[in-house]
Design a protein around this ligand. Structure first.
Ligand SMILES: NC(=O)c1ccc[n+]([C@@H]2O[C@H](COP(=O)([O-])OP(=O)(O)OC[C@H]3O[C@@H](n4cnc5c(N)ncnc54)[C@H](O)[C@@H]3O)[C@@H](O)[C@H]2O)c1
Length: 449
């Protein structure tokens, strides 16, 4: 009978030879770049996703993520080392299975682990001796051991003996051309020596550096600490913005100058709030788990409130600035929202503060249109379902001039801000885009909010 040690050494040899077959469960913003990076490192890689349309597009070599080099997917398919499937049975072929499924918030804004549970159940149905399973989705500390492991062990195989299990947080920054998946060190954690060793060996082949930590819970905590750090600092700079504004001081100039300090400071920039799948979500997973074990995270909770209320504050400022500039009441005002993506140059509206601000303004009686080159049509989002299907308006001089106010919520690069500067009656800029791009705006027509 084959022992745990021989499963370990067989997988070790396969990783060293790059013949270990890898499967990523989930081919979204995280799973797809990861799968491509793994195949580019020489491993035969099969992406598995329940979304058959996405699988077909990927297999056809289509550019499903706009900021990828145009031929990246097509090249990977042509290499013969990469493909996608919607057939869960093919997970049995894999030596290494990485889980990259969503971990959003539930309707009660608690951690929603159902995607992870379902993915683990699917893997469990095909689990065999000697496989390695790695959770990459952002979860609370302890989730790999307490949620995923029991599901995988239901069939009788034991983690660390019959199969290997660990956690490695995804640190993808969509649209970041300086740091792609390969350039970002990977934290790897597992609860037994063999799994830890295999994780470290595997990820060292994929990225510049694998950083082992002592347990899966430690690796899970690393991700939450990184994101909570951002949450707190973004809240801090948004608070600074309001206070400095009242003092007549430009927060962006302050941050730019402070960033020249070579130690002890890291710049964060104000904006309309936070969005995406990570920064608004991870701190919730951390504070939820802290409460679960009888602890508290008041600073993080306060930062969340500050960030969550930022879009309301922005909508309130729109009303005030309209009243100041010609006495236009917000009720009945026409507002052009520039950018519905949660950050620049990507096609992602999850938790986007622009949508919360848009909704708030319409509740206040304004009529809002939007312009976003990444979204000709407004996609369906959980909290803003009635907005789905609206269309991005074209950016023309007459069109822009017809709005009472233009509210810049996302600083996409591919937008004609000079046209906006020339035509808009009033611009409220939450991203400092006109100053950053050095675009002149007539006196009194630009307010940074
Ligand atoms: N997007 C980011 O910037 C980012 C960065 C770091 C970490 N993360 C984390 O990575 C994880 C994945 O996020 P994402 O942005 O890639 O999500 P995503 O929504 O872009 O993609 C998830 C994919 O998983 C598929 N899927 C869902 N359930 C499945 C199942 N049971 N089996 C197979 N496929 C399934 C979906 O169809 C979808 O294509 C989350 O935990 C997220 O918090 C995201």
């Amino acid at each position: 009978m084959t022992s745990g040690f021989s499963f370990y050494s067989q997988l070790k040899d396969r990783i060293a030879a790059r013949t270990a077959r890898v499967s990523t469960t989930g081919l979204g913003y995280v799973g797809l770049p990861l799968a491509l990076t793994i195949s580019e490192a020489g491993f035969p890689t099969l992406g598995f996703d329940l979304n058959t349309a996405r699988v077909e597009d990927i297999n056809a070599g289509k550019q499903v993520i706009s900021y990828f080099p145009e031929d990246r997917i097509a090249k990977a398919i042509a290499s013969g080392r990469f493909g996608a499937t919607a057939e869960s049975g093919r997970l049995a072929e894999a030596d290494i299975i990485l889980i990259c499924v969503p971990t959003p918030l539930s309707a009660t804004r608690d951690p929603d682990m159902t995607y992870v549970e379902r993915a683990a159940e699917t893997i469990a149905a095909h689990l065999r001796h000697g496989q390695m399973v790695v959770l990459e989705s952002t979860v609370w500390p302890g989730a790999t051991a307490q949620v995923v492991k029991p599901i995988l062990e239901r069939g009788g195989l034991r983690a660390g003996v019959d199969f290997f299990l660990g956690f490695s947080p995804e640190r993808e920054d969509p649209g970041n051309h300086q740091y792609g998946t390969r350039d970002i060190p990977k934290i790897v954690g597992a609860d037994d020596r063999h799994s830890r060793d295999l994780l470290a060996q595997f990820y060292s082949c994929i990225v510049t550096e694998a950083v082992p930590v002592s347990s899966s819970a430690t690796a899970e905590a690393v991700k939450l600490v990184e994101n909570s750090f951002r949450t707190v600092n973004i809240a801090l700079v948004n608070e600074m913005k309001v206070a400095l504004d009242a003092m007549g001081v430009d927060v962006w100039e302050v941050v730019r100058a402070a960033a020249t300090k070579p130690f002890g400071y890291m710049p964060f920039y104000p904006g309309p709030g936070i969005g995406g799948d990570c920064i608004p979500v991870s701190p919730v997973y951390l504070s939820w788990r802290a409460r679960d074990v009888g602890s508290e995270t008041p600073l993080i909770d306060l930062a969340r409130t500050t960030n969550d209320t930022a879009p309301d504050r922005i909508a309130g400022r729109v009303a005030v600035e309209l009243a100041k500039n010609g006495g236009t009441p917000v009720k009945g005002a026409r507002v052009l929202i520039m950018g519905i993506a949660y950050k620049k140059n990507i096609e992602d509206t999850r938790e986007s503060p622009a949508l919360y601000a848009l909704n708030r303004l319409e509740e206040m009686g304004a009529t809002c249109d939007y312009h976003d080159p990444y979204f000709p049509v407004m996609p369906l989002t959980r909290d803003h379902a009635p907005l789905a299907g609206r269309r991005s308006v074209p950016l023309t001089r007459e069109g822009v001039a017809s709005y009472d106010v233009v509210l810049v919520t996302t600083d996409h690069s591919d937008v004609d801000y000079a046209l906006v500067a020339e035509s808009a009656r009033l611009i409220l800029d939450t991203r400092n885009v006109f100053n950053t791009q050095d675009i002149p705006v007539a006196e009194g027509r630009l307010v940074k909010i």
